[in-house]
Design a protein around this ligand. Structure first.
Ligand SMILES: [Zn+2]
Ligand SMILES: [Zn+2]
Length: 336
């Protein structure tokens, strides 16, 4: 089968590799759509995961079940499915608490095991979720949206009554916009986006969000203005400055991935006196079904987040250099 492979640290190629044998409990899926994520680049450079080369990357994917191990009854041949890529150990302290995303030995398709940037993928059948009549490209957004829902849940937002009355998100890229759409689905009414790029702000505005230029006066006078502020840029300076914008009693969510050695300065007195919540969020914790429900309720706007639907060959350059066009949102391999 044709597949993208990370053959060694920093080196991505495309070529033919064997499909492999189907172990018990597993299904063979024909990959129909797979999304590119920053994490893939970190995997390529061995900054995320153990550097299990050679590796087929891709942890955001959906496809059709075409073969099953004889012991699998949970899914059928022909099922249209999205993949939950996380493979927690099930026995460490975090797993025992139900925090499978924080597993000490977390493995995942596309990180430690071959993932979705290939014609076929062998996946544990209990990691497949039926997508009904949803298009595959939309279903391939279930994984990043599930990460967003894990973050929203960590922030204590579970329904309309716990949704913030207003929210500000830094970074109008695909993950920030998924966060905005998910917050809206949870019941938040006023959601603003701050970004340095006008084109991205225009896109956020077309989705119904309030655009605010980063560094603008409007932002500077917004001290204590938002019940919920999130960083989706991974820029330490943004994280540091966003705390002042959180309303008393409000929440700051650190969703963007800052460099492991980055440090910021915050005032503990401010956190204490204004009773702020600083919330972290990592990966997804079995949120795919919930993500599919949110996607299903907002198909038109969600599918606009996918700006590139490409054959496998055309994906390779995206692993090697960041797209220069800020209008690039989610880039997907789509089997046509
Ligand atoms: Zn991802
Ligand atoms: Zn574990």
């Amino acid at each position: 089968m044709k597949a993208i492979q990370f053959v060694e640290k920093g080196k991505a190629t495309i070529g033919e590799i064997p499909v492999g044998a189907l172990p018990p409990g597993h299904a063979l899926i024909r990959v129909k759509a797979a999304g590119l994520c920053h994490t893939d680049i970190d995997v390529l450079h061995a900054r995320y995961g153990a550097g299990a080369f050679p590796l087929v990357p891709g942890h955001e994917y959906a496809g059709e079940v075409i073969d099953l191990a004889s012991d699998v009854t949970r899914v059928r041949t022909g099922s249209r499915v999205a993949v939950d890529p996380n493979l927690p150990c099930g026995t460490c302290p975090s797993c025992r608490k139900g925090l499978t995303n924080l597993c000490r030995d977390l493995k995942a398709y596309g990180v430690s095991h071959n993932g979705g940037f290939s014609e076929f993928s062998i996946v544990r059948a209990d990691h497949l979720h039926d997508i009904g009549d949803m298009s595959y490209d939309l279903a391939a957004l279930a994984e990043p949206l599930a990460c967003v829902l894990n973050g929203i849940g960590a922030a204590g937002i579970t329904d309309k009554s716990s949704a913030p009355s207003n929210a500000l998100i830094f970074g109008a890229g695909p993950i920030g916009l998924l966060l905005g759409l998910a917050l809206e689905s949870a019941g938040a009414e006023q959601i603003a986006f701050a970004d340095i790029n006008e084109g991205r702000l225009g896109f956020a505005s077309s989705l119904g969000f309030t655009p605010i230029a980063s560094g603008s006066r409007e932002l500077l006078v917004s001290e204590r203005a938002y019940d919920f502020v999130a960083d989706a840029t991974g820029i330490p300076g943004v994280v540091e400055s966003m705390i002042n914008l959180v309303a008393d009693g409000g929440t700051a969510l650190l969703f963007g991935v800052c460099a492991p050695d980055a440090r910021v300065s915050i005032s503990p007195f401010q956190i204490f006196r204004r009773q702020l919540k600083l919330v972290g969020s990592h990966s997804l914790n079995r949120n795919i079904p919930e993500a599919l429900a949110v996607l299903s309720g907002d198909r038109e706007r969600m599918s606009r987040l996918v700006t590139h639907r490409l054959p496998l060959e055309a994906m390779v350059p995206y692993f090697l250099a960041k797209p220069s066009d800020p209008a690039t949102m989610k880039v997907q391999y789509v089997d046509s």
